[in-house]
Design a protein around this ligand. Sequence first.
Ligand code: NAP
Ligand code: GDD
Length: 376
Amino acid sequence: MAKIALITGVTGQDGSYLSEFLLAKGYEVHGIIRRSSVDYRERIAHLEGVPHFHLHYADMSDSMSLVKLVGKVQPDEIYNLAAQSHVQVSFDAPEFTADVDAVGVLRILEAVRTNHLEKSCRIYQASTSELYGKVEEVPQNENTPFHPYSPYAVAKLYGYWIIKEYREAYNMFCCSGILFNHESERRGETFVTRKITLAAARIAQGKQERLYLGNLDSLRDWGYAKDYVECMWLILQHDTPEDFVIATGVQHTVREFATLAFHHAGIELRWEGKGIDEKGIVESLSPALAQGKGVQIGDVVVAVSPDFYRPTDVVNLLGDPSKAKRELGWNPQSTTFEQLVELMVAHDMKKIAADDAAAEIRKVNLAEYLEKGVDK
Ligand code: NAP
Ligand code: GDD
């Protein structure tokens, strides 16, 4: 019998990679989607219609929908990935963030208990390095004290503790993966890495003049999302329910990410100024770009805007993945930082060129339609 997995947050970056991973392992995969005015689900569009992949409407803020769905699907494993996952947005929408990211975890646990599945169903909770927040030690491991530093992190801290509580109170197999930042070609476009790789591609192709960022000194331990979903599965296959730090053990600043991303787009940057006055200036161009009429040597292509500063910012994340390496046999370095930046830029260079080609085709079609009345 194929194992049955239920994924909340299936339309997100991690949900899409995890679905592919579990389908390849022979699982029957069920995902939760929520009603939206736009029906196209970009990251999982290629999976819709695939046998053993099923989507259901429910919402993390609606316990009844979760209870009914868990009863219907009878999952062996639940991966609770759904969240309002943007830290800066959590300052603007703290109550919504708490409802989904904190109480949502409780709703999943209670849905499992209500359906009397607490002995058979294993639960993975998408926890986060944001729990370390205003960090109390570097690097951070499973024993490092938490100091959450945003409404998002405080909500996720509740999720972490309620998982631990249900493990101890009801003997449930539920665990938190304390994942450090992980990125990919499917990363949301307002997270800093994707914002940079898309902008570097647009600037190289003459479609954007400048990229505005916030804190360039912030340090992150960035891994590749495709590598990290394997760990979520490994955590649930472990003999005992335990929490794990998942990270690469290497850190870089936002500035270093931007420098490397622009390099892969054909633009070498030099940095001038400090704080709000810092600028990324074009030092040299690849031969292909040097011949074009777009970006020029001396252009300011990166500047700092206070709009992207946070009321409190987490600035020094570095994970120690020793436990995951030792007990799960996981390799934190499958994809290096350098490979990650390169693959994201390569993807976005193609995407920006293709978006333009598609827009051009739409323009031609529209012109012909208006002229001849023929819809191409
Ligand atoms: P993401 O791309 O933002 O995806 C979030 C998912 O949650 C989406 O599918 C979203 O659905 C869904 N969702 C949000 N609110 C919901 C609600 N009320 N009901 C049902 N679904 C809802 O996030 P991600 O990067 O894949 O991250 C997955 C999880 O890991 C999140 O819990 C995040 O907080 C956590 N995490 C991420 C990282 C990282 O670096 N990526 C690191 C540590 C922890 P829509 O598509 O409908 O919006
Ligand atoms: N988003 C964003 N946009 N961040 C910026 C910018 C900008 O223009 N400029 C600088 N930053 C800095 C932020 O201040 C932060 O210190 C760092 O870049 C990373 O920001 P994000 O990419 O937004 O990610 P995050 O670290 O806040 O949160 C992500 O990782 C967490 C794990 O540590 C999210 O995926 C969370 O859901 C996840 O829990």
